[in-house]
Design a binder for this molecule. Structure first.
Ligand code: PHB
Length: 396
């Protein structure tokens, strides 16, 4: 309850609007050292609210570690709740860029929302860091000099899972997900990986986002009797799905797998119904590097919570931005130089070293994780240094 109250307070605070951290206490702002304006467009309500909050926490931590200053300038963070609603995305992004005149846009979680943001930043040239949404097009046909992603492509997170299922001896699988960009891309990538490895996807089952009425689909799975079930479901939906899967009597009968979004950030809330589930993702518990240890400690101290993959992606969005702003000594108007420094970045990320493809998508290890108690414990690397193919990207 305490944790919930804390999260609510944090999310509530995020809705209030701009937060200003002056360049130096007592110093007068001049146009020369006016704060860098950062628009965080993320979900703070709905199925992905917790994800938006954790990304925000991670981003704030990266700013706090720099004393709320980038190259000597203060930072001003404006938050906007995008509600994971793609229909409102272009208007919301325009508000931040044209009315609020942010120097950089950070967001979002939902792929449909991010595709709306892509249209706006391609028109305006605003530097954009996407800290989650995995739609292929963003670092594919819509790639651009000002478009960066510190998270993943949907394909990257689940393509390696097929090999894992075959290694466990599974020959047939059903895939269950939400019917929208991220779910459809995950289904296709899972099929590609599993069928290349010699398996067969016998059926794909879809539910409208963000519905969580899984019962009819679970009845269908029981009738189809596949060797295994693969899934992309995330956030509040994942909590409900894991509980429903167990309640339907499928747990222990048909092993469940997924991209790691299925079990990340929710283990405290699902009890033991996720125990033993194996997933693939670019982060997990027990990654042993100095940066991860320091990050986890600082995050836990600041937010009284354990970080998850979303917090890492938000933190790295902050790290990438800091690197760019420092490269131009705070002169964010020198966009070409700022963006070129970001493209060449080598970031010390809690996930391991983070570098970007020519399409500005992370090239990263995809870990195999297994739920043990309250942890998504890393038990191996499912695919080393995996790069998204970046189909259709023609960088200007
Ligand atoms: C997406 O819409 O791209 C998305 C949303 C939530 C996740 C992962 C991907 O956990």
């Amino acid at each position: 309850m305490q944790r919930r109250g804390f999260l609510k307070a944090l999310a509530g605070a995020a809705l209030v609007g701009p937060e200003l951290y002056p360049a130096a206490s007592g110093a007068r702002e001049t146009s020369g050292n006016a704060p860098v304006r950062i628009g965080l467009m993320l979900p703070y309500t709905g199925a992905y609210a917790q994800l938006g909050t954790n990304i925000t926490n991670g981003f704030r931590l990266a700013m706090a570690e720099r004393g709320q200053r980038l190259a000597g300038r203060g930072v001003e963070i404006l938050t906007l709740d995008d509600e994971s609603n793609p229909a409102k995305a272009p208007e919301n992004a325009h508000r931040l860029v044209s009315r609020d005149k942010v120097d950089v846009l950070v967001g979002s979680v939902h792929s449909g929302v991010a595709l709306g943001m892509a249209r706006v930043v391609r028109e305006t040239g605003t530097p954009w860091i996407n800290p989650n949404a995995g739609a292929a097009e963003i670092t594919g046909s819509l790639c651009a000099a000002n478009v960066f992603r510190t998270s993943f492509s949907n394909w990257q997170t689940i393509y390696p899972l097929g090999q894992v299922l075959r290694a466990r001896g599974h020959r047939s699988a059903v895939f269950l997900t939400w019917r929208y960009v991220a779910g459809e891309e995950a289904a296709a990538a899972f099929r590609e990986g599993f069928e290349q490895a010699g398996g067969k996807v016998v059926k794909e089952l879809y539910l409208t986002f963000p519905q969580t009425d899984f019962q009819a689909l679970l009845t269908e799975i029981a009738a189809l009797k596949p060797d295994a079930v693969g899934t992309f479901i995330s956030g509040a939906g994942a909590i409900k799905f894991l509980k429903d899967y167990a309640a339907a009597g499928l747990r222990g009968r048909i092993p469940l797998y997924g991209s790691g979004f299925l079990t990340d950030g929710i283990l405290d809330e699902v009890g033991d119904v996720a125990e033993g589930i194996e997933t693939t993702l670019h982060y997990g518990d027990g990654i042993e590097n100095k940066k991860n240890q320091a990050f986890r400690l600082a995050y836990a101290k600041t937010f009284k919570l354990q970080p998850d993959v979303y917090a890492v992606q938000g933190y790295d969005a902050g790290q990438l931005l800091a690197l760019g702003v420092e490269a131009v000594q705070g002169a964010v108007g020198r966009r070409a130089e700022l963006l070129s420094a970001m493209a060449k970045a080598k970031i010390d990320s809690p996930r391991g070293r983070l570098v970007f493809s020519s399409a500005h998508n992370p090239i990263q290890d995809i870990y195999l994780r297994k739920v043990v108690g309250r942890e998504n414990r890393v038990i191996g690397v499912a695919h080393k240094a995996l790069a998204d193919p970046g189909r259709g990207c023609k960088m200007a």
